[in-house]
Design a protein around this ligand. Structure first.
Ligand SMILES: NC(=O)c1ccc[n+]([C@@H]2O[C@H](COP(=O)([O-])OP(=O)(O)OC[C@H]3O[C@@H](n4cnc5c(N)ncnc54)[C@H](OP(=O)(O)O)[C@@H]3O)[C@@H](O)[C@H]2O)c1
Length: 301
């Protein structure tokens, strides 16, 4: 009998994301098995339990997905999973905690596309404010954009938290090769005087960039919002906008909305889940791979 495709889906949270289960099964995984409330220290045992029961052919039909809410923890779990393989007993692993890696990848790819097509520019050297950037989506977006050469500042309500998060992003994800700055919400208007790009990555249903702030952002080019729950994270940006002029912007800034980004996120996640199914070699996938496939998708649109 042909062995079925089995995706072992690990999360440190109480529930596995139904979104991720749907995505996995729709991509062709036949069985998506949840492991919930997992401690990171249990990853080695779970991985080794999964790899030794199937021969080489069966292992190509076996994969591991890492969810949860924490970006750094998910990256640590991905590394631990990789180090727990015993070649040739090895399977692909994909980390996408809280959908943040693919969502951030979709947003940054959409911004890079609008910058290129509408302004003939790239992310390199651009000043970016990641508003509400202390959550998983903001963190991943900050790292992806900084790796592309942008100067990113994570903004949160408390400076101390934003500083802590920026430090982790620079040193853990960025492995010391990028430097992400931090700032407090209270200083947002000041920072906006020299901001080229805004990522609105705060919790759902909260406006982070008001009409007034947009008016007073003299060099703003692109503002992207991942929040699909009204009110929008950026005043005047509709969820379907994809490079549409933001009403009231004195600098001619263009907006990208949550559903336009959600479509790219969906394509990126589907693409990585499919690559795991099709690859002859084990793959270890995270935000960098998500950005690669999201960029490919937007550039072929
Ligand atoms: N479009 C898509 O495909 C897609 C996919 C996944 C997620 N999302 C959306 O992406 C966004 C970010 O997700 P996430 O999981 O990273 O967010 P999150 O962790 O829930 O929130 C991000 C940050 O928002 C700030 N925040 C929370 N409550 C706030 C309030 N009342 N006022 C101002 N700021 C507040 C917090 O920062 P501080 O405490 O530092 O201020 C928090 O760290 C959400 O809107 C989510 O719905 C979209």
């Amino acid at each position: 009998m042909e062995k079925p495709f089995i995706l072992h889906m690990i999360t440190t949270a109480k529930n596995l994301s139904p979104f991720d289960v749907n995505m996995a099964m729709d991509a062709g995984w036949v069985s998506a098995v949840p492991y919930i409330n997992v401690e990171p220290s249990e990853v080695r045992g779970l991985v080794q339990d999964a790899i030794f029961s199937r021969g080489p052919k069966g292992l190509k039909k076996t994969g591991i997905f890492i969810g949860g809410r924490e970006t750094k923890q998910a990256m640590d779990m991905l590394k631990l999973a990789k180090n727990s393989m015993v070649p040739p007993f090895e399977v692909s692993v994909f980390a996408d905690p809280s959908g943040a890696f693919t969502t951030a990848a979709g947003m940054v790819a959409a911004v890079a596309k609008v910058l290129k097509t509408e302004f003939g520019e790239t992310l390199k050297g651009k000043n970016i404010l990641a508003l509400g950037g202390t959550g998983p989506v903001g963190q991943a977006a900050a790292v992806i954009a900084a790796q592309a050469g942008a100067k990113v500042r994570i903004i949160g309500r408390q400076l101390s938290k934003a500083e802590r998060v920026a430090e982790v992003c620079s040193h853990e994800f960025g492995e010391g090769e990028i430097e992400i700055l931090a700032g407090a919400d209270a200083d947002k208007a000041e920072y906006l005087k020299t901001t080229d790009i805004v990522f609105a990555t705060g919790a759902a249903g909260i406006e982070l960039l008001s009409e007034q702030l947009i008016k007073n952002a003299p060099q703003l080019k692109v503002a992207a919002d991942v929040n699909a729950v009204p009110p929008a994270g950026i005043a005047g940006v509709d969820a379907f906008d994809n490079g549409k002029a933001i009403p009231g912007s004195t600098s001619g800034a263009l907006g990208i909305g949550a559903l336009a980004i959600g479509n790219i996120k969906y394509q990126a996640q589907k693409s990585l889940l499919t690559k795991m199914l099709e690859s002859d070699e084990p793959l270890y996938l995270h935000f960098e791979h998500a950005y690669e496939v999201a960029s490919e998708f937007v550039n072929n649109e």
